[in-house]
Ligand binder design. Structure first.
Ligand code: GLA
Length: 380
C-alpha cells in the first residue's frame, strides 16, 4: 500500500520504507510519568512510511490518512498549526539535526491503520516510525533507547504533549506474542509471553479523547504536588514509585482528599503491575484478569480519568462468558478498553458487546481482536 501511495504522489518508487505499530496497555496506567511500572504490548496495526532522498533541503510529505501534503525546509523547522499531522515528523527531524545528524531533503508518504484519537498511540507510531525511517534514509546509527528518547522528545518538546515514555518504548521494542514489562525509572525491561489461551480484545468507544490533554496535565501536576507534600512528613521521595500503600497511609494526613486519591491510584497500580507480571509468568490468567478489573476501578474512582462510555464497555464485558478482565486503556476520557478473553469466546464477545453498547449509549463501538506484534526496531 505504501509503495503505491508513494508512487502515485511522487512518480517513483520509494528507496526506503519503515513501519511502526500502535500499542495497547494491558495494565499500568498513568504510572509511566511517576517512574513506575507498565505492561503494554505493540499491536498488529501500524503506520508505514516510504521515502526517497532529494537533492535539495526540502521535505515533501504526503499523509495518506489525511490526503494532505506539506512542504518544509530543513533549515528552519517550525510547527505547522494548519497541518498538525505533520508535526511529529517535523519534531523528529528537528531534534535529529540538533543532535548533529546531517540530513538532506526527501519525499515521504506515510499512513496506516492505527485508529487516530483512539488511545492506541498512533502518534507514537508516527514518531518512532519517523526515526526508523530517517535512520534507514541517512544511515544513522542510534541505540534503541536513543530512538525511544528522540521520539518522546518530539512529542514533549515539539508537539508539546507532556506524555510519559511508555508509548514510544513499546512501539519501538514490543515483541510478537509478548507483553513488555518496563520499569520507567531505569528503563530496564523484559518481554513476557502471552498465553495462546486468551485473546486481547480492544473495544473502541467511539469517543474521541477530548479532555485528555488538559486533564492529563492536571493529573501530572497533582502527582508532583503529592510528592512535594509527602516530603513535609519526612517521606523524602522523588516519585510516587518509591512508596507503598502503608507509607501512603501513614503520611495521608499531609494530603488533601484529591491528592490522596491520585496517589493511591498510582501506588496501588504499580503494585498491581508487579503482581500481574508474576501471574502472567505462572499462567494464572484469572488472577491477572482480576487485577485488570481492580485497575479500572482505581482509574474510575481514584484517578477519575474514565468516562461513562468506558465504564459501560467494561460492565458489559464483565457479564460475558470467557472474559477474565476488562479495563480502560491509555490516558482515558474516551478511547478504548482492553479485554482479556478466552480464545474460544472472543468471537461471540465482540458481537454481544457491540450490540449492548449501542443500546446503552446510542454509539457504535468498534471491536478488534489484536495480536501482540513486533516493535519498529524488533524483527523485520
Ligand atoms: C498516554 C501517554 C502515556 C501514558 C498513558 C497513561 O498514552 O502517552 O505516556 O502516560 O497515557 O498510562
Amino acid at each position: 500500500m505504501i509503495k503505491e501511495a508513494f508512487q502515485k504522489t511522487f512518480g517513483t518508487e520509494p528507496d526506503v520504507t519503515a513501519r511502526a505499530p500502535g500499542r495497547v496497555n494491558l495494565i499500568g496506567e498513568h504510572t509511566d510519568y511517576n517512574d513506575g511500572f507498565v505492561l503494554p504490548a505493540a499491536i498488529d496495526r501500524s503506520i508505514d512510511f516510504g521515502a526517497r532522498r532529494r537533492k535539495d533541503n526540502v521535505v515533501h510529505v504526503y499523509s495518506i490518512d489525511f490526503e494532505d501534503q506539506a512542504e518544509f525546509s530543513l533549515d528552519a523547522i517550525e510547527k505547522d498549526n494548519d497541518r498538525p499531522w505533520s508535526n511529529y515528523l517535523r519534531g523528529v527531524l528537528k531534534f535529529l539535526q540538533q543532535d548533529g545528524h546531517r540530513l538532506t531533503g526527501f519525499d515521504v508518504a506515510f499512513g496506516g491503520n492505527v485508529p487516530r484519537e483512539a488511545g492506541l498511540s498512533s502518534s507514537a507510531a508516527v514518531e518512532v516510525g519517523a526515526v526508523a525511517l530517517a535512520m534507514n534514509l541517512f544511515n544513522i546509527e542510534l541505540g534503541p533507547l536513543e530512538v525511544v528518547r528522540l521520539a518522546r522528545r518530539a512529542e514533549n518538546e515539539f508537539v508539546n504533549v507532556p506524555c510519559g515514555i511508555m508509548d514510544q518504548f513499546v512501539c519501538a521494542l514490543g515483541k510478537r506474542d509478548h507483553a513488555l514489562f518496563l520499569d520507567c525509572r531505569d528503563l530496564t525491561y523484559r518481554h513476557v509471553p502471552l498465553s495462546g489461551r486468551v485473546k486481547i480484545v480492544v473495544c473502541y468507544s467511539g469517543v474521541h479523547r477530548a479532555l485528555t490533554a488538559s486533564e492529563y496535565e492536571i493529573r501530572l501536576q497533582q502527582c508532583r504536588q503529592a510528592v512535594a507534600q509527602l516530603g513535609t512528613t519526612g517521606l523524602a521521595v522523588k516519585s510516587l514509585r518509591e512508596i507503598d500503600l502503608t507509607d501512603l497511609e501513614v503520611a495521608s494526613h499531609s494530603l488533601s482528599e484529591i491528592l490522596l486519591k491520585r496517589a493511591r491510584h498510582v501506588v496501588s497500580e504499580n503494585d498491581r503491575v508487579l503482581k500481574a507480571v508474576k501471574n502472567l509468568e505462572k499462567g494464572d490468567l484469572d488472577s491477572f484478569g482480576r487485577l485488570m478489573i481492580a485497575s479500572h476501578e482505581s482509574l474510575r474512582d481514584d484517578y477519575e480519568v474514565s468516562c461513562k462510555e468506558l465504564d459501560v464497555l467494561v460492565e458489559l464485558a464483565l457479564k460475558q462468558p470467557g472474559v477474565l478482565g476488562a479495563r480502560m486503556t491509555g490516558a482515558g476520557f474516551g478511547g478504548c478498553t482492553v479485554n482479556l478473553v478466552l480464545a474460544d469466546a472472543a468471537g461471540p464477545f465482540a458481537e454481544v458487546v457491540k450490540e449492548g453498547y449501542s443500546k446503552a449509549t446510542g454509539l457504535n463501538a468498534e471491536v478488534y481482536v489484536r495480536k501482540a506484534s513486533d516493535g519498529a526496531l524488533v524483527g523485520a
